[in-house]
Design a protein around this ligand. Structure first.
Ligand SMILES: NC(=O)c1ccc[n+]([C@@H]2O[C@H](COP(=O)([O-])OP(=O)(O)OC[C@H]3O[C@@H](n4cnc5c(N)ncnc54)[C@H](O)[C@@H]3O)[C@@H](O)[C@H]2O)c1
Length: 368
């Protein structure tokens, strides 16, 4: 029995709709297991720009600082604040949170549910048994290296981006991957382009050195192009995949398609900061604010609910409770409960709230 504080930043579009269901599920977990969750709600994204003048206020950053974890919905979706020329962009909220809390490790588990295996474009035989965790470095590499600009020279216009990684940056993300592998099937696939890039050669050196500290975990090195191929050819052969920012960005989108729907995939972004219970982190579905379906009760809340399960596991150390949520979600899917995005002929369609209630009902039988 514990007491925990969670910052709830639901954001825009379907963000508040799906986050509400995740909060309800956490409350149900609190009741079943005797925990007290205190939820501190604050605005982010377009909602915060309109009410507070910025995508995330200092007060909200402080509120997150005081919390054990952040449950995030989605931001964006307003034409008024989209585009590089807009004065304040909703995405600034995410960048400030990632940078401010040094959330360098982005975790994206991909485990297609058996009952949804035919929703993927990959053959069922190839997909069956897939259960991978992609660990992407989130605050370094090409996306942050300087210089990064388009410039004019005597030879004409040229563009430059800088790919830089320090040994320390590589070491901490690789260590995260190995620690996570110890709680899973004890295999790490480190992905790089060591045959071409210097940063990748350093990446491979560091991964090999850290691997020696984990003799109980198998280490495999793959070039990124080969990894992209194997992810489709033998997805069930991976356990933990660790890679740098750009490669991770591309590979996680590829991996997400193994699971069939955007509305099913959760994510965790973890940092260096430790709480009394685990690692401080930000948890969010991989999808955006989906303005096309916002306010229509059609959004699939399962990615948000599964993100809440990751929050329990990584930031609060509540493994049994996290497992219970994942089992409840699987049970609902097995029973044929589907939101619009997973619609199947002959099966009734649940709205956002109904899907949340079904997960809570399933929890009643699972939680002991
Ligand atoms: N982390 C974030 O906050 C985040 C991530 C991605 C995009 N965005 C923002 O979201 C806005 C919309 O972006 P987009 O349309 O490219 O991506 P999106 O993920 O919002 O939507 C893509 C498609 O998937 C559907 N979809 C998404 N989530 C769903 C769910 N839970 N249930 C059912 N269907 C779902 C949508 O209806 C849409 O057709 C943009 O402003 C973008 O910048 C925010």
């Amino acid at each position: 029995m514990g007491t925990y504080t969670i910052a709830v930043l639901a954001g825009d579009g379907i963000g508040p709709e799906v986050t509400e269901q995740a909060v309800n599920v956490l409350s149900a977990i609190g009741q079943h297991y005797g925990h007290t969750f205190t939820f501190h709600k604050a605005l982010v994204g377009v909602a915060a720009i309109m009410a507070e003048g910025d995508a995330i206020s200092d007060a909200t950053m402080e509120l997150c600082q005081q919390s054990d974890a952040i449950l995030f919905g989605a931001v964006g979706g307003s034409a008024r604040y989209e585009g590089p020329n807009s004065k304040v962009q909703p995405e600034r909220a995410l960048f400030r949170l990632r940078k401010g809390f040094e959330l360098y490790a982005n975790l994206r588990p991909v485990r297609p549910f058996n009952a949804l295996i035919n929703a993927s474009t990959i053959k069922a035989d190839v997909l069956r048994g897939t259960d991978m965790l992609v660990v992407r470095e989130l605050t370094g590499g090409l996306y942050f290296g300087k210089p990064s600009e388009i410039r004019t020279t005597a030879q004409g216009t040229e563009a430059i981006d800088t790919l830089i990684y320090t040994e320390a940056e590589i070491e901490r993300i690789v260590r995260t991957a190995f620690d996570l592998a110890r709680g899973r099937r004890r295999k790490v696939t480190s992905v790089d382009k060591a045959n071409v890039l210097s940063s990748s050669r350093l990446w491979r050196q560091v991964a090999t050195r850290i691997g020696e500290e984990y003799p109980d975990v198998e280490l495999e090195h793959l070039l990124v192009d080969a990894c992209a191929m194997h992810m489709i050819r033998r997805p069930n052969n991976f356990d933990v995949i660790v890679t740098e920012n750009l490669f991770g960005d591309i590979l996680t989108d590829e991996a997400s398609m193994l699971a069939g729907s955007m509305g099913m995939l959760p994510s965790a972004s973890l940092g260096t900061r430790k709480t009394a219970h685990g690692l401080f982190g930000l948890y969010e579905p991989i999808h955006g604010s989906a303005p096309d379906i916002a306010g229509q009760h059609k959004a699939n809340p399962l990615a948000a609910i599964l993100s809440a399960a990751l929050l329990l596991r990584y930031s609060l150390g509540l493994t049994q409770e996290a497992n219970a949520i994942e089992k409840a979600v699987e049970q609902c899917i097995d029973e044929g409960i589907r939101t619009e995005d997973l619609r199947e002929a002959g099966k009734p369609v649940a709205n956002t709230e109904e899907m949340g209630q079904q997960v809570i009902a399933a929890l009643t039988h699972i939680a002991v």
